[in-house]
Structure formats: structure tokens, C-alpha cells
Design a protein around this ligand. Structure first.
Ligand code: C2E
Ligand code: MG
Ligand code: MG
Length: 710
């Protein structure tokens, strides 16, 4: 492939000799040709003008005295041609003829040479004129290129000759400033166009440049004569050394850049989905508000609002619906805190700002709070307002939220601390059963500290053998025979005594310790059931609770398989207890794990049924063997007719799905009677035995184990 050349063919310089005397023309031709020029001739001015456009000569040598049209008229006419303005014209005048020399320059001649011609000088003069014309041409081309480049870069230039008092803006600078050539009065005129707020600083810098040799570097917002606004960057320096007093600089139109910066600022400070301010914006706003609140000794409140179980909405209805719901929620929140503000109407004087911190988390800032009760009122209203159903597409969605409140100055005096404490209070609200608000307070603070030290100690509990496993028997409702046990972990805390799993399992889940703890319990339980089986309770079942994070570990399948093989436990003797909420986390992956476990022959139980979604549809989807009715149902049964009816319904439904039903938390005979009557298969509860150390169960097993074969 050949690359096309951009260079233009170079031609030899062309000279046009205009003289009515053929001998003269010939002599001049000889001189010029010796210097490498291509020479054309014309016998008078008219001929010269005719041939000029096509020849485009680099120099014209023009005799003054000619018939038809003389040299002066020809020169003036040449200059009027579009191509003729810059071509050098050398006039051949009579000796001592001052008047014709003057006339020649007036007609536009570049130079003159007097007759009789000194041929040596003519050669020099022509060469010099060609070189000068060439330089001039290059200069004007470079000026054109510069002007073009300035236009593209929106960059103009200026020059200020202090000695001569001359100021000039370049063409592009004039365009930026909306001026015509000759308009505007230098830097002072510029300053007058600047934003009033910027005038003083602008004047100071210009004075500094002129009088103290400083530099000019200004960003200004100019209001132009036509009323439009333009952002510019003006720079200036001293040129050359003293005593030359020339200042020069640039002026750049940065309006577009400014707009882009504003766009970037928007992206950095606002949330794309809801157009609400984001965390960064909120933090900065809180920072500013705190300064004022401190100065005027005012209270303010930070509310942390989190939508309850939003993940479930995302998982079941999809992210698109989730996104639209978040938008709808933020509209409601905005309506409640801004402008014609419902909340403010109810609580006069409270002004609010709202931001989306990410996901389903929002933050509100309430300023000029009279009393902390006002924050409670706002929180209450927000909760009420969210209660009305949301319509997304053709879905009607009900949401609730949990809100945590921290107050300035009592709960902290920096944005970080206030936001963290509002967040802690929000989590506390979730723990309290969601759909409520909580203040961050001293008690909460100490709870958090407790939790912190608990974390550190729990990390050491495994290594220090502080964990232990207790077992609670499961017996047949009809016969009272023990068919299996459930492993329940305990923490023998050196100072606190026995700590129950409800107190430390959630922390273990949070700090990632649940997997090692779960693995350890699994191993202990398997060894224990092996020991009992070896002692003759051949088919005794062992139920082990599996937490969500543990269930999601591929390691679980390996550990289970390995324990069954190593300890030679029949797979059907091991039952894993899982909860509904855990299975809902990731339906597809859950299905696979459940199926694998099922293939291994392990039994699966749904624990705490009735506390979660309690969905029959899901029960059908999972390959379960057992359903454990949560003990909260049993608490008031059979006396509470509603609970009793529910339990009956659950038992019937479970049986229709071929599930074994276990009732948890059986404490009284009448509960047992009721359950037996309703066909419940197994029961578990203090009535039979509390969770106990294995050696304490020996007697019970000995008496009542159904499965004893030896
Ligand atoms: P769960 O699996 O539903 O276990 C039954 C809970 O009910 C046990 O509480 C048990 O002591 C209690 N309970 C049994 N019978 C009665 C009764 O008649 N009356 C009353 N009031 N309570 C009764 P525990 O041992 O405190 O365990 C609480 C929860 O902690 C368990 O609920 C289970 O979800 C979890 N958990 C226990 N051990 C482990 C474990 O090793 N791993 C995992 N991931 N979770 C465990
Ligand atoms: Mg359980
Ligand atoms: Mg349970």
C-alpha cells in the first residue's frame, strides 16, 4: 500500500517582467534566469494584468513608463486582484525621479530600482525580495494556523504594550468575549464584565501583574454584553526583560468544562437511581449543619432508615421491581421532608434533608429540633407513610421500615459518630421485630460494647474448648419412646457461665465464625451418635442445626459425607435442620445442596416452621422429611383456640406432604395430649427433657429408647 503524500510539488519561483522595451525585457530575463527563476514577459500593464491570475508569479518587475497603461496604474490594479495583495512588486523608475518613487509606493510597490539598472544589484534585490516575501507568507500562514488552533481550543490570546499603551485581543479572544475588533477596553473592560463577587480579586491580580511583576491566573464568570454567561480562564505574564513592558497571556473559554464539572459533581454527590443526595453529600451537609448547630446551640437528629426485608423483594420480584420500588419509596420520603412537607406541617419548625446511602438505606437529617420527641414524631410519621401499599407495575407491594435515631449533641458531635449511632439504633430496631424506631441511647451503647467484647471472646472460645454440645431427646407422641436427639451448642463462658446459642450464634454468623463452630458441632454430634449406636441404640437419630452461611459452604457436603463414612453412621440417622429464611436466600443453589444431601441419604428438617414465610409452595419445592413446628405456637395451645387450630392445620398439611411432624417446646401434659390427639408424630420439650450433657441422658435412653436392639 502506498501512503499518499501530503507534500505539494515544489515549483521554481516565477518572475513576471513587464516592460514595453523588448531589449530591456531580455536583459532582465537573463539576470533572473541566472538566479533560477522561470521568467514570463508582458509588453504593457494590460497584458500583465491578463496573465497575472494564471501565472501567479512570485515577483513582478514593473516598468513605469509604458504605453496603454503605465506602471503605477498597473501596480494599483494588481494590488486589487485577490491573489495580488501580497506579491512583491519591484518598480523600475527613472534616475533621481523622487516623484515617481513616491507614486510607486502609493500605488503599492514593494520596492524600486532606478534606471539605468545596475544588473548586479538587481539580482540581489530580487533574491532579497523573494526571501522577504517568503518569510512574510510563512508568518501570515502561521498566524492563520494559530488563529484556527485558538478557535478549536477556545483559546484566545492578548498582548498589552505598557510603554506604547497598546492593548490587543486575538480574534478568538474577541469571540470569547463577544466583542468586535476594536471594541473592549483591555483588562479593565474584562474586569467590569466579571461577576460582582469576583471583581475585587480580579482587580487585585491585574494590579499585581502590572505593578509588581506578578502573574495572572483567574477563573471568572463573565456576563457578556448580550446577557449570556461565560466561564473563562485568564492567564498573563511579563514578556521579555525590563525595560520592555509587554504583558501577554491567554484567555480560554471553559464554559463547557465547567458544565462537565457540574455533571461530574452531580454524579459524585447524587444517587443515580433516585436522584437523591448520596452519602458523600449527606456527610458534607451534616458537617456544615453541625457547625451552625454548635454555634447556635441547637439540637439536631440523624435518622437511619432501612427497608425491612428488602432483599426478599429483590429475590422474589426481581431487581427491576426492586429499583422501581426504591424510586417510589424515595418519592414518598421526599414528599414528607421537603417543601410542602407533611412532616413539617405536623411538626412546625422542623426542616429535613434526605439522602440515599445505598441499597435500601436512607438517611434523614432533621435540623432545628425543639425537643427529641419531635424526631420521634417524624420517625413515627415516616413509618406510617410507608405503610400504604406501593404500586409497581401491576404489583401491590407492602413494605415496612426500621428507623434508628441519634441526636446531637447527646449521642455524638461528628457526622461519623452520629451516623454510626443512628445505624446501630436502626439495627436495634430490627432486632426488636422491625417496623419500629429506636433512639440510640446509653443502654444501647453499653449493649454494643457488650457485643464487642463478646466477639473477641467468642473468637477464642473454640480454641479454649469453651464450647460444648447438649442433646435434647425427641420422642414419639404416641409411645413416649426416644427416637433421636437434637444437638444444641452451649458456650461455657469463664465468667458468664453457660451462654445460650441464641445469644452467640447471631454474632458468630456476623463475624464469620459460624462455619468453624458449625463444623465442630457436626463432628461432635456425629461422634456422639456413633458412641450411642455402638452401645446398642442402633437407629438413634441425630439432628444438627445448620446455619445459613454454613449451609452455603460447599465444604458442608464434604464434611457430612466424610463424617458418615469415617464413623460408619447410617445416613438416615443424621438429620440436618434448616430454616425457611435460609433456604430462601438463594433458591437455585439451595435446591442443589438439598438434593445432594438427599442423594447421600441424609434427612432434612424444616426448623422453626411458622416463624418465617410459612409457605406451603416452598415446602413442596424442597425435598424435606421433617417439619418442626416452632414452639411459639405451642406456648398458649391448646388453650388459645386460634393457635390450636393453626397447629392442627399445620399437622394436616405436613402429613399431606408426607412429612414427619415434630412439635417443639412441649412443657405440659395437656400440650402432649392435644398433640397426640391431633396426630403429631414426635415431640421435643422440657416435658421430656431439657437439652442435657450426653452422660445425663443415659438413663432416659436406657428406659425409653425405642430403637434399642441389643
Ligand atoms: P432450635 O433448633 O429451634 O432449638 C430448640 C430450642 O428450643 C433450644 O434452644 C431448646 O433448648 C429450646 N427448647 C426445647 N424445649 C423447650 C421447651 O420445652 N421450652 C422452652 N422454653 N424451650 C425449649 P437453644 O438450645 O437455646 O437453641 C436456640 C436455637 O439456637 C436453636 O433453636 C437453634 O436454632 C440454634 N442453635 C442451637 N445449637 C445450634 C448449633 O449447633 N448450630 C446452629 N447453627 N444453631 C444452633
Ligand atoms: Mg433446631
Ligand atoms: Mg426450632
Amino acid at each position: 500500500m502506498t501512503i499518499p503524500s501530503l507534500s505539494i510539488e515544489k515549483r521554481d519561483p516565477v518572475g513576471l517582467v513587464v516592460d514595453d522595451d523588448p531589449v530591456m525585457r531580455m536583459l532582465i530575463r537573463q539576470v533572473l534566469e541566472r538566479d533560477g527563476l522561470v521568467v514570463h514577459e508582458a509588453a504593457d500593464g494590460r497584458q500583465a494584468l491578463e496573465s497575472f491570475p494564471a501565472l501567479a508569479p512570485d515577483i513582478v518587475l514593473l516598468d513605469v513608463m509604458m504605453p496603454e497603461m503605465d506602471g503605477f496604474a498597473a501596480c494599483a490594479a494588481l494590488r486589487a486582484l485577490p491573489q495580488g495583495s501580497r506579491t512583491p512588486v519591484l518598480m523600475l523608475t527613472g534616475l533621481d525621479d523622487l516623484e515617481s518613487i513616491n507614486k510607486a509606493f502609493e500605488a503599492g510597490a514593494t520596492d524600486f530600482i532606478s534606471k539605468p539598472i545596475s544588473w548586479g544589484v538587481l539580482g540581489h534585490r530580487v533574491r532579497y525580495m523573494l526571501r522577504a516575501a517568503h518569510t512574510l507568507d510563512a508568518l501570515s500562514r502561521s498566524q492563520e494556523t494559530l488563529a484556527e488552533a485558538q478557535k478549536i481550543a477556545c483559546l484566545g490570546s492578548w498582548e498589552w504594550d505598557l510603554l506604547r499603551g497598546h492593548f490587543g485581543w486575538s480574534e478568538e479572544a474577541l469571540r470569547i468575549l463577544g466583542l468586535k475588533a476594536g471594541e473592549g477596553s483591555g483588562l479593565d473592560g474584562y474586569r467590569q464584565r466579571a461577576d460582582p463577587a469576583e471583581q475585587a480579586a480580579t482587580r487585585a491580580q491585574i494590579d499585581g501583574l502590572v505593578h509588581e511583576g506578578g502573574e495572572l491566573d483567574l477563573f471568572n464568570r463573565l456576563c457578556l454584553a448580550d446577557g449570556s454567561v461565560r466561564h473563562v480562564h485568564l492567564r498573563g505574564v511579563h514578556r521579555g526583560s525590563a525595560p520592555v513592558r509587554v504583558l501577554s497571556g491567554t484567555i480560554q473559554d471553559v464554559t463547557e468544562r465547567k458544565r462537565a464539572e457540574e455533571q461530574i459533581r452531580y454524579l459524585a454527590y447524587y444517587d443515580g437511581l433516585t436522584s437523591l443526595p448520596n452519602r458523600q453529600f449527606f456527610l458534607e451537609q451534616l458537617q456544615r449543619t453541625l457547625v451552625l448547630a454548635r454555634r447556635h446551640e441547637r439540637q439536631l437528629a440523624v435518622l437511619s432508615l432501612d427497608i425491612d426485608q428488602f432483599k426478599r423483594i429483590n429475590d422474589t420480584l426481581g431487581h427491576q421491581v426492586g429499583d422501581e420500588l426504591l424510586q417510589a419509596i424515595s418519592h414518598r420520603l421526599i414528599d414528607s421532608v421537603r417543601g410542602g412537607d407533611e412532616v413539617a406541617r405536623a411538626e412546625p419548625g422542623i426542616d429535613g434533608h434526605i439522602a440515599r446511602l445505598g441499597g435500601d438505606e436512607f438517611s434523614l437529617l432533621l435540623v432545628e429540633l425543639g425537643h427529641f420527641h419531635d424526631a420521634a414524631k417524624v420517625a413515627h410519621r415516616l413509618l406510617e407513610m410507608l405503610r400504604a401499599p406501593f404500586r409497581v407495575g401491576d404489583q401491590e407491594i407492602f413494605v415496612t421500615a426500621s428507623i434508628g435515631i441519634s441526636l446531637f449533641p447527646s449521642d455524638g458531635d461528628s457526622p461519623d459518630v452520629l451516623m454510626r449511632n443512628a445505624d446501630t439504633a436502626m439495627h436495634y430496631a430490627k432486632e426488636q421485630g422491625r417496623a419500629n424506631y429506636q433512639f440510640y441511647g446509653r443502654t444501647m451503647n453499653s449493649r454494643a460494647l457488650e457485643k464487642l467484647s463478646m466477639e473477641a471472646q467468642l473468637r477464642r472460645a473454640l480454641d479454649r474448648n469453651e464450647l460444648t454440645v447438649h442433646y435434647q431427646p425427641k420422642v414419639e407422641a404416641k409411645t413416649g419412646s426416644v427416637v433421636g436427639v437434637e444437638a444444641l451448642v452451649r458456650w461455657k463462658h469463664p465468667e458468664l457461665g453457660v451462654v445460650g446459642p441464641s445469644q452467640f450464634i447471631p454474632i458468630a454468623e456476623e463475624i464469620g465464625l459460624i462455619v468453624p463452630i458449625g463444623e465442630w458441632v457436626l463432628e461432635q454430634a456425629c461422634r456422639q451418635v456413633r458412641a450411642w449406636q455402638s452401645r446398642g441404640y442402633a437407629n438413634l437419630g441425630m439432628a444438627v442445626n445448620i446455619a445459613g452461611p454454613h449451609f452455603r459452604q460447599p465444604k458442608l457436603l464434604r464434611s457430612v459425607g466424610d463424617a458418615l463414612r469415617r464413623l460408619e453412621i447410617p445416613a438416615h440417622c443424621l438429620e440436618l435442620e434448616v430454616t425457611e429464611s435460609m433456604l430462601m436466600e438463594n433458591l437455585d443453589a439451595t435446591q442443589i445442596t438439598l438434593r445432594r444431601l438427599k442423594e447421600m441419604g441424609v434427612r432434612l428438617a424444616m426448623d422453626d416452621f411458622g416463624t418465617g414465610y410459612s409457605s406451603l409452595a416452598y415446602l413442596k419445592r424442597f425435598p424435606l422429611d421433617t417439619l418442626k413446628i416452632d414452639r411459639t405456637f405451642l406456648k398458649d395451645a391448646p388453650d388459645d383456640a386460634g393457635d390450636a387450630a393453626l397447629i392442627s392445620a399445620i399437622i394436616a398439611m405436613a402429613h399431606s406432604l408426607n412429612l414427619t411432624v415434630v412439635a417443639e417446646g412441649v412443657e405440659y401434659e395437656k400440650q402432649l395430649d392435644f398433640l397426640r390427639d391431633r396426630g403429631c408424630d414426635l415431640i421435643q420439650g422440657y416435658l421430656v427433657s431439657r437439652p442435657s450433657a450426653p452422660e445425663d441422658l443415659d438413663e432416659l435412653l436406657h428406659r425409653q429408647a425405642l430403637v434399642r436392639t441389643a
